[in-house]
Ligand binder design. Structure first.
Ligand SMILES: Nc1ncnc2c1ncn2[C@@H]1O[C@H](COP(=O)(O)OP(=O)(O)OP(=O)(O)O)[C@@H](O)[C@H]1O
Length: 559
């Protein structure tokens, strides 16, 4: 793993480091109690077989009781603390990665498919979370308990300690290395296969009508099936590896116990070890392997977490297309907007989409921006809400460059209703109130009325509380646009940028809507992006975007 990525992940865990240490300590005490329980039990049974006075067994009986209770108590505590750490880390990591991803999203993640993002991002964040509890925790516990048990065994009988150490070493070093070697490629292949399956499934769901219309459902299902089969193959291979390492640990346990037993028997015959300690030694050796059993899985989890961290790093590596200044200016009112010599393009060396745009939008002015498809109208709109910044020139709001304000403040002053305005899978009320969560119902109704959609909503059985479905699938394209428009009206922004608000509307409703939007006398400025000229007399100015520049054919409603 890159040191940077690992270092960052360790830093992210700093707030829960003491809890992690607590979980590891409880783990050590639980496994330690298990070893001690087995050892004292062996001693107790051997000693009891010699039929001493009960009082001579009292200490061993108490110790067995104490260790059986402490093992359960520490195991319980370890589980509670480690789950708590796990959930806290998950929250910390989700927020951390989401914060990184969020600034990249407005300008789009052109290389990512949404299904990939959905399955890959979530799974990767969860895998990184396991780095600590499954990747770092078990080795810490195993090393402490293994070394402690070997040392205790050596204290009783050096040969037993040596055999135990020799048996534990392959379980600590060789088997985890073998697990990593056998599954090296599978962690990334599994994530890729999962991402492909997620992407293809989302593709099937989103494109269902087109798949059905063009008879492509079977083809799409085959692609999902192939991704699923690839996942199953990887899972079978992983299961074989897990079976191999688990069986190997069992074999090592049996062989080491046998070796300790033989060494112990020899020592008993030589009189170097009391016979009642023989069973204690052998059983403690068996118990010590319980602590090292999770190590091969831990090594695989480390590998998976490493890959996940690398993918998350790569996904969020591109610099954000717009960033907040270190000390933002106070929020602008959003009165006067100026563009000066604005040039923008999507890649260095590619043609300029905007090539020297100058524009003044005075308070309350209503301007229509026309241009053929691909002329750069949406690109211009994105510059106004800082989804991206101009490559050259400046967008100036209330006398200051947009880049001197916090992005959120700019978006409160200038509200964009994008071509692809999104409706969330919630009620109409929630979708509109998103712009101003404290808005009263009459304000929401008023916004919907201005967007010319209230008549339809008021006739619905659920009214404002009608659910629009995921991505607004239960409402028509035109209704979706108008609900999004109502959201912009409710926002209270001083300048609205409306990208094709009349798409999907019948000509009469479209005309009425434009007349309402442009005829608004509340002082809100409007930049209307459209392919078709607005009704005569409604816009203060009509501008044309051609070859990256704005041209003004004349004031008024005609073109
Ligand atoms: N994310 C992007 N990456 C690369 N090129 C892009 C990107 N977005 C837009 N473009 C290109 O920039 C040009 C302008 O696109 P833009 O969406 O601004 O045009 P538009 O005038 O809004 O078109 P329409 O009226 O069809 O919506 C197009 O040639 C388009 O292919």
């Amino acid at each position: 793993m890159r040191v940077g990525a690992l270092g960052e992940l360790v830093r992210a865990a700093r707030p829960v480091a003491h809890r992690f240490a607590g979980a590891a300590l409880c783990g050590v005490l639980a496994f330690g109690s298990g070893v001690a329980l087995m050892g004292t039990s062996g001693y107790l049974i051997s000693r009891a077989a010699l039929r001493p006075q009960v009082v001579a067994l009292a200490l061993a009986i108490t110790a067995v009781r104490a260790f059986s209770l402490s093992r359960a108590a520490f195991r319980y505590a370890e589980r509670v603390i480690s789950h708590d750490v796990s959930l806290r880390l998950l929250r910390e990591l989700r927020v951390r990665w989401f914060r990184r991803l969020e600034p990249l999203v407005p300008a789009g993640l052109p290389d990512a498919r949404s299904g990939d993002l959905l399955s890959g991002f979530v799974a990767d964040v969860e895998a990184v979370q396991h780095l600590y509890l499954r990747g770092f925790g078990p080795p810490l516990v195993a090393l402490t308990v293994g070394a402690g048990t070997a040392a205790a065994a050596a204290w009783m009988l050096p040969a037993a300690g040596l055999w135990l150490a020799l048996g534990l070493l392959p379980a600590v070093l060789v088997l985890p290395a073998a697990a990593v070697a056998l599954t090296r490629g599978s962690a990334s292949r599994r994530t890729e296969a999962r991402a492909v399956r997620g992407a293809e499934t989302v593709e099937l769901l989103h494109g269902a009508p087109d798949h059905v219309a063009f008879g492509e459902v079977d083809g799409q299902l085959r692609r999902i099936g192939a991704a699923d089969a690839a996942l199953a193959r990887i899972a079978r291979r992983d299961a074989r590896t897990a079976g191999f390492t688990s069986a190997s640990v069992t074999l090592l346990t049996a062989a080491t116990t046998l070796a300790v037993l033989v060494a112990g028997l020899d020592a008993v015959h030589r009189g170097a070890l009391s016979g009642v300690l023989l069973a204690a030694l052998a059983l403690a050796a068996t118990a010590a392997f319980e602590a090292v059993r999770p190590l091969p899985d831990a090594a695989r989890d480390l590998l998976t977490a490493r890959g996940a961290a690398a993918r998350l790093g790569a996904l969020t590596a591109p610099p954000a297309p717009a960033a907040d200044p270190p000390r933002p200016l106070p929020a602008p009112r959003g009165d006067l907007l100026r563009l000066r010599g604005v040039r923008a393009r999507y890649a260095a060396g590619s043609p300029w989409v905007l090539d020297g745009v100058d524009l003044d939008l005075r308070p309350g002015e209503r301007v229509a921006l026309l241009g053929p498809s691909g002329a750069g109208k949406s690109t211009l709109a994105h510059l106004l809400v800082r989804f991206r910044d101009p490559d050259e020139g400046a967008v100036i709001l209330d006398g200051h460059d947009l880049r001197d304000y916090a992005q959120d403040d700019v978006r409160r002053a200038i509200c964009l209703v994008d071509q692809h305005a999104h409706l969330f899978g919630a009620t109409i009320r929630a979708n509109v109130a998103l712009a101003r969560p404290d808005a009263a119902e009459p304000e929401i109704v008023d916004a919907l009325r201005r967007a010319r959609v209230w008549d339809w909503i008021s006739g619905l059985p659920g009214g404002l509380d009608t659910h629009v479905g995921e991505h607004g699938v239960r409402v028509s394209g035109g209704q979706r646009r108008r609900i999004a428009l109502a959201r912009a009206f409710l926002s209270g922004a001083r300048l609205l940028v409306l990208d094709e608000p009349t798409a999907h509307l019948d000509p009469a409703t479209g005309r009425d809507l434009l007349a309402d939007v442009l005829g608004d006398t509340s002082g809100t400025g409007v930049l209307l992006i459209t392919h078709t000229p607005p009704p005569p007399g409604t816009a203060d100015r009509i501008l044309h975007l051609r070859e990256g520049r704005l041209q003004e054919p004349g004031a008024g409603g005609g073109t």
